[in-house]
Design a protein around this ligand. Structure first.
Ligand code: MTE
Ligand code: MO
Length: 258
């Protein structure tokens, strides 16, 4: 199992960090890594004695959580993701979820309420007409999925930083968490929540968001990989307690920058 080893202090810390970042940059690479990196090598990276695959898993998770911190430091809240002309939109835009398209959750528009909780001043729920009545903006950006595809799409809705201001969110808190109509859940760092291109998304290509793309509401962030963009959001909360996520809790990197 895992035993703390004093070895880490005696080796070049910079080189270890660089190597860890190079290796654990992407969840896909990390999955690949799980099958190739020697246990001895991982012991060196983490300063833990690793004897089998079971003990390698939490050790990799520690490196990945460390990587979250570094990605957070490197994230430039002013840097914009590229935007594209309408002619470059991918048609049809791909569907993806942890299930097939015929199992997409059907959310009732009339009874829908977006629940808002945690470190916010106004904890009241929002109806869809109320969300649609807020000032809207749209953007054509690229969605990148770790499964190896990317596609350009057009999303519209409310700038998330405006919404956070409107609900009186404590923007010094660390995380915003999301719970969806399926079993999906995820969470993001506050600087990304406040990024100008992060959108509380209500439309796709000028139409009400179709069920397969996340009706009635999804969060769209061109600065993050696909799995960080939750569809069918029912509830959101502001918190300082790490909320994890559906894929993140299975080993995908939490920060998930793109
Ligand atoms: N609720 C929910 N949100 C989700 C997922 C999911 O399975 N359920 N899958 C994620 C992944 S891995 C991707 S790539 C995108 C796909 O979004 P799209 O169907 O609009 O292409 O949704 C993300 N958000
Ligand atoms: Mo994805």
């Amino acid at each position: 199992m895992i035993k703390k080893s004093p070895r880490l202090a005696s080796i070049d810390a910079d080189a270890v960090v660089k190597e860890a970042l190079r290796r654990i940059e992407q969840p896909a690479r990390r999955m690949f890594l799980r099958h190739t990196l020697t246990l001895g090598g991982l012991s060196l990276l983490t300063g833990c004695a690793i004897v089998d695959e079971d003990s390698a898993e939490p050790a990799l998770m520690r490196v990945s959580r460390f990587n979250d911190k570094v990605q957070g430091w490197l994230f430039n809240p002013k840097l914009l993701a590229p935007t594209y002309p309408e002619s470059m939109i991918t048609r049809p835009f791909p569907f993806n979820a942890y299930y097939d398209e015929d199992e997409v959750p059907q959310v009732d528009a009339g009874s829908y309420r977006l629940e808002v909780s945690g470190l916010v001043a106004n904890r009241r729920a929002w109806t869809l007409p109320e969300l649609h009545a807020l000032p809207q903006t749209d953007q054509i950006t690229r969605h990148i999925c770790v499964e190896g595809w990317s596609a350009i799409g057009r999303w519209g809705g409310v700038r998330f930083s405006d919404f956070l201001a409107r609900i009186g969110a404590d923007t010094s808190a660390k995380y915003v968490g999301f719970r969806c109509a399926d079993k999906y859940y995820t969470s993001i760092d506050m600087p990304t929540a406040l990024h100008p291109q992060t959108l509380l998304t209500l439309t796709y290509d000028g139409q009400v968001l179709p069920p397969r793309y996340g009706f009635p509401m999804k969060l769209r962030m061109p600065t993050k990989l696909g799995y960080k963009n939750p569809k069918h959001i029912l509830a959101m909360f502001v918190t300082n307690t790490y909320p994890g996520g559906y894929w993140e809790d299975q080993g995908y990197n939490w920060f998930g920058g793109s």
